[in-house]
Write a protein that binds this ligand. Structure first.
Ligand code: SF4
Length: 401
């Protein structure tokens, strides 16, 4: 191979075209590399073995916006609890959310459960084999449908995620900005895809992007496409893909209230099923808004019949970054008597049961900020938690695979 395959629509000289590797040669080079260097992953079938569509689907849903390292223990827990799609369909949503807690983007867990039910009700627990039918299932978009279709059923489609976009925009030095360049990237992928091993080709592209063609300092000397790669030849691979500047959401602020009974139980409630963090457990909070006034924070405290002065502000704030906006929460803590009843829509959770609740990462940060240890089996060290813990503002910064 001496030069790159041309991007569709870009003119090249006759001499250059004569020296270009064919799409077939590019695909063969990538598949040869994949045969030697493929990652061993718990959801990936060994060479020569048919992939399990359930494992492919589950892993692809979990991997959205998340790394392989973060997903592996969740995948193992899920498949131990729900070995088949039928087991998942028959489970209570709450038990699915509990196992998902900490993985983020909780609408995925609700859709996962809804999708399993449809698969059982409509397809007898067997995944349909067409992209169109897969796309019609809850929570399955274009990427996931293509991933299941290619990896599990060897259909000739390419799932295009951030890794694949990075590799292809570099190999062809695509100057057009993403997301406008997506149709071009799709055309490039389709032009390269071989007819005999589409599933392996898709996984090879994913692996190349995850292990060699990384966002920073790509290991071009180890790359099977080093020779034809235009970005490497130009010497600026890290400048691809070219992306439109991100629009940051406006900062929202609010207050969270951690009420702790004398026996260690903590007051919680369940968020409404739809929307952000739907169906997850939380400690009570006020509204999250751009103009939150700290002076009025306690107006939103749960009605436990305690004096306002019993709510103590924990120094610092808890920060969290959702997809569309960053959030800062003030945390207030109150110690209350055993006899205090939970207000309507709320409940007390015994300390020993806290670790098993479906708390999203944000709430785990809030509870830790209040000085409560959520690790399983960790009992309180005394009657009241240590509330004066220093804040540890953390931010979510997840990159897929
Ligand atoms: S040569 Fe470098 S920049 Fe080009 S595809 Fe390979 S790793 Fe990426």
């Amino acid at each position: 191979m001496t030069v790159a395959a041309p991007p569709p629509g870009r003119k090249t000289s006759r001499a250059a075209r004569a020296a270009e590797p064919s799409p077939g040669a590019l695909a063969a080079a990538l598949l040869g590399w994949y045969d030697r260097h493929r990652r061993v992953l718990p959801w990936r079938a060994p060479p020569g073995v048919k992939a399990d569509p359930y494992a492919v689907w589950l892993s692809e849903i979990m991997l959205q916006q998340t790394t392989v390292k973060a997903v592996v223990p969740y995948f193992q827990k899920f498949t131990a609890a729900f070995p088949t799609v039928r087991d998942l369909a028959e489970a209570e949503l709450d038990s699915v959310l509990r196992l998902w807690a900490g993985l983020g983007y909780y609408a995925r867990a609700r859709n996962l459960h809804a999708c399993a039910k449809v698969l059982v009700d409509r397809y007898g627990g067997v995944f349909p084999r067409s992209v169109e039918e897969l796309r019609a299932l809850p929570g399955i978009g274009a990427y996931t449908a293509n991933a299941v279709a290619s990896i599990a059923f060897d259909l000739p489609v390419v799932p295009i995620d951030g890794n694949v976009e990075r590799v292809l925009t570099r190999v062809h030095a695509v100057e057009e900005m993403l997301p406008a360049a997506k149709p071009r990237v799709t055309a490039l992928a389709e032009a390269l895809e071989p007819s005999d091993r589409p599933g392996d080709f898709a996984q090879a592209l994913m692996d190349l992007g995850a292990t060699i063609c990384t966002p920073k300092a790509p290991a071009c000397v180890l790359c099977p496409w080093a020779e034809p790669c235009l970005a490497r030849r130009r010497g600026d691979p890290e400048t691809f893909p070219v992306k439109a500047p991100k629009r940051e959401g406006l900062l929202r602020r609010g207050a969270a209230f951690v009420a702790v009974r004398a026996d260690g139980a903590v007051l919680v409630r369940t968020r409404v099923a739809e929307g952000l963090l739907g169906g997850m457990t939380e400690v009570p909070t006020g509204a999250w808004s751009g103009d939150h006034d700290e002076a009025t924070s306690l107006d939103h405290a749960p009605d436990l019949g305690v004096a306002r002065r019993q709510w103590r502000r924990v120094p610092g704030v808890v920060t969290h970054v959702f997809t569309h906006f960053p959030l800062e929460l003030l945390v207030f803590v109150a110690d209350v008597a055993d006899r205090i009843a939970a207000p309507g829509g709320m409940r007390w959770i015994a300390r020993k049961d806290l670790a098993g609740e479906a708390f999203p990462s944000l709430m785990r940060k809030v509870i830790a900020h209040a000085g409560i240890d959520l690790r399983p089996g960790e009992a309180p060290s005394g009657d009241a938690p240590a509330h004066a813990q220093k804040p540890d503002p953390t931010k979510t910064n997840r990159r897929r695979r």
